[in-house]
Design a protein around this ligand. Sequence first.
Ligand SMILES: O=P(O)(O)OC[C@H]1O[C@H](OP(=O)(O)OP(=O)(O)O)[C@H](O)[C@@H]1O
Ligand SMILES: O=c1cc[nH]c(=O)[nH]1
Ligand SMILES: [Mg+2]
Length: 214
Amino acid sequence: MIFDLSKTNSLANVFIAELRDEQLQKDAMRFRRNMERIGEFFAYEISKTLEYTTTETQTPLGIAPTVKLTQQPVLATILRAGLPLHQGLLTVFDQAQCAFIAAYRTAHKSGRFDIKLEYTASPDLTDQVVIMADPMLATGASMVLCCKELLRKYKIKELHIVSVIASTEGVRHVRANLPKAKLWLGAIDEEMTSKAYIVPGLGDAGDLAYGLKI
Ligand SMILES: O=P(O)(O)OC[C@H]1O[C@H](OP(=O)(O)OP(=O)(O)O)[C@H](O)[C@@H]1O
Ligand SMILES: O=c1cc[nH]c(=O)[nH]1
Ligand SMILES: [Mg+2]
């Protein structure tokens, strides 16, 4: 399943346009806040697919038939660029537990790079609905490695992957390696540079949110 936000015009697409805008990118607070707002939109879209239990709520004037989430999802993200998107999801799924994974690229002289996993902090994900968020799905290598690490440790019930900008190659890589995952994407761009940056993309999401890495 692929849900592509860009197929329907909404304010979410305007926020993505702002994320891409090299002038607006000078305002890191706006960049982070737009990531959060897109996370909030995705949380709402995903919430439509989750299971609900009917219940009753006492109002000051009577009893209303209402619903509640049958099971809270667990929100996972990849440090560090994933943090604002994750925060947006957490604003909406405000009772969710969270999992964090640190991953980074190590470049070889040949231009090839490996992904290194350094840190995983997660609740027990057995039989849980997991929503994994990372703003950029370039080659898809970070996403596949991080999800496989969680799937190796836990029998996850349902895996949702949220990405704001994906490349066609990244989508192909995720679908080939995580065929059961549901993909929630803001936009799909065709090209990548030789250093695996998405084109037109938006640049380096982690640097734009938090500053240049040394
Ligand atoms: O699909 P891939 O080719 O694996 O690339 C995508 C990864 O690159 C970015 O993180 P980055 O390594 O720049 O780390 P950062 O979050 O610290 O900036 C991004 O947030 C993804 O995690
Ligand atoms: O385009 C890209 C690719 C990887 N990471 C980013 O932040 N941007
Ligand atoms: Mg980065």
